[in-house]
Design a protein around this ligand. Structure first.
Ligand SMILES: [Zn+2]
Length: 350
């Protein structure tokens, strides 16, 4: 150990990380990340780990901040994964830093919290999302970032805005999520809460799923009704269903569930629907939405995939009927599905 472990700051960050990590309206699966800068060292959540576990296991990886920032300035490709800037002596588990490490590094504040808040995403997928947020966040120092692939492209955009003199402690990421930054953990927590209060969206009501019909439809197939009630909402409301059916809305949907959403046609056998809708990896879809009935999940779906299936309902229920949507473009989906850092994250997440 070169220096004493910064127990106090790290413990405060752990507490906040756990709190946001257990809330499915803020973080799903291994999504979201937090960090604290202490001098020249930034402790950041490890890739593929869950914020919900922050109090139970060592999730934070120490990164040499000045060296990483310098690498970013000179477009050193090693900045992308940031692994070469990890202080390995303080990283006994050999974890990789978050894929969004560079986003945390370019922000000057000591504490950075990034969440996939469903209210934020519901606004940030609308074509007029920036204008809507302009009204809701009028009293904040905030920056709108049009969709960029997480990691280096995103951090470069934020860095160039900061260089132009933008002063922001709230960053809304188009088709992605929310970042807040402050100089202490309590200040970051308070800012996050204020932003969430300001952008809270009404939730469309939906009728409960018809589990009996789902069970009948899926009998003998590779699928089972989704366990969590909230997951089914996307099937039960026409407007939500049409938003989901239109394409992919945000990166973690693509990473964990594949591109787009498979919707069942009436009268077609579930296994046939699954075969007809094989994804890019030639695997069966992980979820199938049955209109006005509910959502089926593949029997081998893991907790991360369940969490992202629920997230789709939580987001779509917060988008008003008739809203115009900005979907991820095919090229953007492709770059997410062929990104080594994301495959690594998904391989760790369960
Ligand atoms: Zn993110």
């Amino acid at each position: 150990m070169t220096e004493p472990y910064p127990e106090f700051e790290i413990n405060a960050l752990r507490e906040l990380s756990r709190k946001v990590g257990v809330d499915p309206l803020q973080v799903q699966a291994a999504g979201g990340n937090t960090s604290v800068k202490l001098g020249d060292r930034m402790w950041i959540k490890a890739s593929g780990t869950c914020l919900a576990d922050a109090c139970d296991s060592d999730l934070f990886v120490p990164v040499q901040l000045d060296a990483l920032r310098q690498a970013l300035l000179v477009s050193d490709p090693r900045a992308e994964k940031s692994v070469d800037f990890v202080e390995q002596a303080l990283n006994p588990n050999g974890l990789r830093p978050s894929i969004e490490t560079t986003v945390h590094a370019v922000l000057p504040q000591n504490v950075v919290v990034h969440v996939h808040c469903v209210d934020t995403i519901a606004l940030a997928v609308q074509t007029n999302g920036k204008a809507l947020l302009q009204q809701l966040l009028a009293s904040f120092n905030w920056l709108w970032v049009p969709y960029r692939r997480p990691g280096l492209p995103l951090s470069k955009y934020i860095a160039s805005a900061l260089t132009r003199g933008v002063d922001a402690d709230v960053v809304v990421l188009g088709n992605h999520g929310l970042v807040v930054a402050a100089d202490s953990v309590p200040l970051a927590e308070a800012l996050l809460q204020r932003v969430r209060d300001a952008i809270k969206q009404p939730v469309k009501k939906s009728s409960p799923p018809v589990i009996e019909t789902l069970s009948k439809l899926s009998k003998g197939s590779q699928y089972l009704p989704a366990e969590e009630l909230a997951t089914h909402a996307v099937a039960m409301d026409k407007a939500s269903l049409s938003i989901a059916a239109g394409g992919s809305l945000y990166p973690d949907h693509v990473i964990f569930l594949g591109n787009g959403t498979t919707v069942a046609n009436q009268g077609q056998a579930i296994d046939q629907i699954a075969k007809d809708n094989k994804g890019e990896k030639a695997e069966l879809p992980l979820s199938i939405v049955v209109p006005e009935v509910g959502v089926l999940m593949h029997k081998e779906a893991n907790d991360s995939q369940f969490a992202l299936a629920r997230c789709l309902s939580d987001v779509c229920r917060r988008v008003p009927d008739g809203a115009a949507i900005n979907y991820l473009e095919p090229g953007q989906v492709h770059e997410l599905l062929h990104w080594e850092a994301e495959s690594y994250r998904q391989s760790l997440a369960q």
